[in-house]
Design a protein around this ligand. Structure first.
Ligand code: PEP
Ligand code: MG
Length: 595
């Protein structure tokens, strides 16, 4: 919500201080802090050029129209609710709509843009603060409740405006370390890894998409550092230790030296692993494993090629929809996909349809539904795509246009029923037919369509899903989250996120066996696939197709080349008899130590 009055910062401390957080992405970085703290919705104020004032007023107008549409939608749903609560909500939303007409809030904000020449979001915030001061001075309970309503509307307007910023946020200097309260996956997509050396944030867990993107970009990251906000100031030297999850602020010269030494050692280790790049991933007794890369952003493609990946096992297409307020056109999608798919030549590329919802935002698709509707248990993944069939149709047309002469597979996220697969396949066929009518060459046959197994119900019904789909990709991140009821991006429950929990392992085993029985390919592309500690367990369970962050491929390959596949299978059977995740971890470590 609108910012509290600025508090004077404490005097700069230069004593070394260490803070513990969650080791979210490996690596060490030493650099100057670029601090981005404040409200979740960051409202920056800046001056508008005289010639741009009219455009800024228009931008406010668009945010008002958008808010009006959002509230109408909410009101419609409230009207469908039974009983007094629904009725009351309908009246409340009427009041909100009134505030979006020529109310004091909107009028005042417009005047602030015109007279003070400030940006629209700051203008809304100022006007709200002015109203708050006046209302609070009245000391009346009814008026105080009205203020809550105004805050709600102002918040919505600011949200709409911030999602469509007219000016990009200032960039950190080269070698800088971003220190923030929260970094969303969309924020990560805007970070240039050639400029920024590491990230740290007060919120966030190790399995969320922010952490995954940090690993993909090769940026050391420490998340969930509770005391960060009050202890780091702009320009402080900080060390981010993405191995131990430590942040050191104002390190002494001796600490810096110690970390520089560790950094050099790590680099030597990486160079040794790099030599394995073109060696096959075959165990000592001849078990062959396919190692593929997960890709979240096109900038990763150089790293993918250098890693020796045998293809892309998971292309998270949502990056194309982030940080914009419109839906990318078919041509735009084709252009981006062509670059990615083209760079893999004939190697397989599995493109996943949009997995928006949950912690992954996409304003263009989500602006007309409220946030709760797109929660982790709501309209996420294939559900949101099937609710927006035109967007899915366009995605499929783009996939099919890049497919001829390439090795493409299509993957559907968050599937729970065969019906969803059938509906998606029908849209794929429609997309193919429309392309044919438009004179495009189609791939023949159409690409295989597979499903992510990432919901416990999908895993338990894997036999039924196998009949409707051409392959499985196990998403162990969400499978763990939904099985254990642990939000993967929430630092408070990060200690409970455990893919070695017997319930999760049993679902992975059950899915793998269902795929083998149905004779369809099965891969795993959650974070567990890229951790060499777990390679022997996965291979032992029959998973011979692993997809991971490209930089982990050499480590996993080394583990496979040192391993005995038969022994891994026997050990996996013993592990699956266990009921305690601590004991399972111990048995894995023992096995790894022997081989
Ligand atoms: C998963 O859930 O394991 C997965 C690979 O998908 P994402 O991390 O993109 O949700
Ligand atoms: Mg997932």
């Amino acid at each position: 919500m609108p910012k509290k009055p600025a508090q004077s910062k404490p005097a700069k401390k230069t004593v070394e201080r260490a803070f513990k957080g969650l080791a979210a992405a490996p690596g060490i970085a030493i650099g100057k802090a670029y601090v981005r703290f404040g409200d979740h919705i960051e409202v920056r104020e800046y001056t508008i050029a005289k010639t741009k004032v009219a455009a800024e007023v228009k931008r406010l107008g668009r945010a008002v129209d958008e808010a009006r549409q959002q509230i109408h939608d909410l009101q419609k749903r409230a009207g469908e609710m039974r009983g007094a609560a629904g009725e009351e909500l309908v009246f409340l939303f009427d009041a909100y709509l009134g505030m979006l007409d020529d109310s004091r809030l909107v009028r005042g904000a417009r005047q602030a843009i015109e007279q003070e020449r400030i940006n629209a979001e700051a203008a809304v915030q100022h006007e709200y603060s002015r109203l708050a001061i006046r209302f609070e001075a009245m000391g009346d309970a009814y008026i105080a409740a009205r203020l809550d309503d105004i805050r709600e509307v102002a918040q919505r307007l600011i949200g709409n405006l911030v999602r469509t910023p007219s000016k990009a946020p200032p960039k950190p200097a080269k070698g800088g370390i971003i220190v923030a309260e929260m970094l969303s996956p969309a924020d990560m997509a805007q970070i240039d890894p050639d400029v920024v050396d590491a990230v740290a944030a007060a919120l966030g867990g190790t399995e969320g998409h922010t952490a995954i993107m940090a690993r993909a970009l090769g940026l050391p990251a420490v998340l969930g550092v509770a005391d960060l906000g009050d202890n780091v100031q702009q320009g402080d030297i900080v060390i981010v230790d993405g191995y131990s999850g430590q942040i050191i602020v104002s390190p002494t010269p001796a600490t810096i030296k110690k970390y520089e030494k560790r950094l050099a050692e790590k680099r030597r280790g990486t160079r040794a692993l790099d030599r394995l790049r073109f060696e096959p991933a075959i165990s000592k007794d001849g078990t062959s494993v396919q190692l593929m890369a997960n890709v979240e952003l096109p900038v990763e493609m150089d790293a993918v090629r250098l890693s020796g990946a045998e293809g892309v096992g998971l292309l998270r297409s949502e990056f194309m929809f982030m940080n914009r307020d419109d839906i990318p056109s078919e041509d735009e999608q084709v252009q981006v996909l062509k670059q990615i798919v083209g760079s893999m030549k004939k190697l397989p590329v599995t493109i996943r349809t949009l997995d928006i919802g949950g912690e992954k935002p996409a304003p263009a698709l989500l602006s007309h539904i409220d946030e709760a509707a797109a929660s982790a248990l709501g309209l996420r993944g294939i559900r949101l795509s099937l609710a927006n069939p035109d967007t899915l149709h366009t995605q499929f047309r783009a996939f099919l246009r890049v497919a001829p002469g390439r090795n493409i597979r299509i993957l559907l996220p968050m599937v729970t029923t065969p019906g969803e697969v059938k509906r998606a396949k029908a849209i794929l066929v429609e997309a193919a037919e429309s392309l044919q009518r438009d004179g495009f060459t189609l791939p023949d046959p159409l690409p295989p369509v597979g499903v992510m197994i990432e919901v416990p119900g999908a895993a338990l019904a894997a036999d039924a899903l196998a009949k409707a789909s051409d392959f499985f990709a196990i998403g162990s991140n969400d499978l763990t989250m939904y099985t254990l009821a642990v939000d993967r991006a929430n630092e408070h429950v990060a200690h409970l996120f455990n893919t070695l929990h017997p319930a999760v392992l049993r679902l992975i085993q059950f899915t793998t066996q269902a795929a083998l029985r149905a004779r369809i390919p099965v891969s795993i592309c959650g974070e567990i696939a890229g951790d060499p500690r777990f390679t022997s367990l996965l291979v032992g369970l029959g998973l011979h197709d692993l997809s991971m962050t490209a930089s982990n491929i050499p480590m996993v390959k080394k583990r496979i080349r040192d391993m005995d596949g038969l022994a891994a299978g026997q050990r996996a059977l013993q592990i699956m008899e266990q009921t305690d995740s601590g004991r399972i971890a111990m048995m894995i470590d023992d096995f790894n130590a022997l081989a």
